[in-house]
Design a protein around this ligand. Structure first.
Ligand code: NAD
Length: 330
């Protein structure tokens, strides 16, 4: 192991007080204390997902569980997207503040209405977004970093369909705050590429789903190892709320219904419901509902521990930068 102080340093490691520029994505039903604490303990930034908890009081309990597992920095994700049932977002925000959370990741839509509360509490807000214009707005309203999510990503890629290779340098040109590259990252090649494109770190969801510590059934992890890069589907395009999920029989059913033309969320709800998707993670029946997975599944070939994964990624990126790329010069 390297000695402390010799780690790769970026604006993101400095901003967040972490050792490695690797952040774990806010995954609904997955980003619980088991996974997030393992990522923080490995020197990255673990993130709990607020809406995975049924209510704000459960989030408080989860934050306390997390603190019993790690003393290292971690964050809480608050996803602001359409939901089948109303969500008391401000109550979740107050729960985070009451627990003295220092880092929040917002996603889905502008966090503007919550920013005064976050900033008053001295919270570092990372906003995850899928376009340069939204990242610029995030900077303007006081976010400390932008997590820029390319079209490759799992979950909600927005409606512009711009992959990271174009989105990241455009964001780097437009922003002065640090950038976290999100969507399509799984290895050291991706980390080195992200840094080259102007980002200061990477965010990974799907890759962390296939780790020993991810609190989901082994069948889900095995499905990711078996999947190639074509094994994701984009649903809810017709409702302008696109979501990239694992391409199973439920995804095919949804796509067939959407392909017929106008369809309402009420008609799709029994298929797309997150509560149903949750049973996939719990029971291991990967056909039981929808579950998020990115194109990056094609790059996932093993189920390592979080520590082994983070160490491998950072070492590989350092090797690429210090040797492969350097040797090309001169
Ligand atoms: P849910 O069961 O409330 O909804 C299921 C799906 O339908 C979600 O994709 C949701 O965005 C969509 N949806 C709901 N109402 C809609 C409407 N009126 N119009 C268009 N689309 C609608 O969701 P859940 O699984 O309980 O998740 C809670 C929240 O977290 C949702 O907003 C979901 O999108 C979000 N989420 C985010 C990620 C991610 O990318 N990080 C992953 C999974 C879920």
């Amino acid at each position: 192991m390297k000695q402390r102080g010799t780690y790769m340093k970026t604006r993101v490691t400095k901003l967040l007080g972490i050792e490695h520029p690797v952040i774990q994505g806010g995954m609904q039903w997955v980003s619980k204390a088991e996974l997030a604490s393992a990522v923080s303990e490995a020197g990255g930034l673990g993130i709990l997902t607020a809406l995975t908890q049924p209510g704000p009081e459960d989030l408080v309990k989860e934050i306390r569980r997390m603190r019993a597992m790690t003393v290292k920095p971690f964050g809480v994700n608050l996803t602001l997207l359409p939901t089948l049932k109303p969500v008391p977002y401000m109550d979740y925000v107050e729960a985070m503040i009451s627990e003295n959370i220092r880092i929040v990741e917002t996603a889905g839509r502008s966090p503007e209405e919550f920013m005064p509360r976050f900033l008053d509490a001295g919270i570092t807000v990372i906003h995850k977004c899928t376009s340069v214009r939204h990242a610029v707005k995030a900077q303007k309203i006081g976010c400390a970093a932008a997590s820029v999510d390319g079209f490759e990503c799992a979950g909600h890629p927005g409606e512009d369909d711009i992959p990271g290779l174009v989105l990241l340098p455009l964001a780097a040109d437009a922003l002065s705050i640090p950038i976290i590259a999100s969507g399509g990252f799984a290895d050291g090649r991706g980390l080195a590429a992200a840094l080259s494109l102007g980002a200061d770190g990477i965010n990974m969801g799907t890759r962390f789903l296939a780790t020993k510590e991810a609190p989901v059934h082994d069948n889900v992890k095995k499905a990711l190892v078996d999947a190639d890069e074509r094994k994701s589907a984009l649903i809810l395009r017709t409702l302008k709320n696109s979501a990239r999920i694992y391409k199973n029989s439920v995804a095919d059913e949804i796509l067939a219904l959407e392909g017929r033309g106008t369809i309402t969320i009420e008609e799709l709800a029994p298929l797309v419901s997150g509560a149903r998707g949750r049973t996939v993670y719990e029971t291991g029946d990967i056909e039981a509902g929808v579950w998020s997975a990115g194109m990056v599944a094609g790059l996932i070939r093993d189920i390592p521990t979080v520590r082994d994964l983070v160490t491998r990624i950072v070492r590989e990126a350092e090797d690429i930068i210090a040797n492969r790329l350097k040797n090309m010069i001169g």
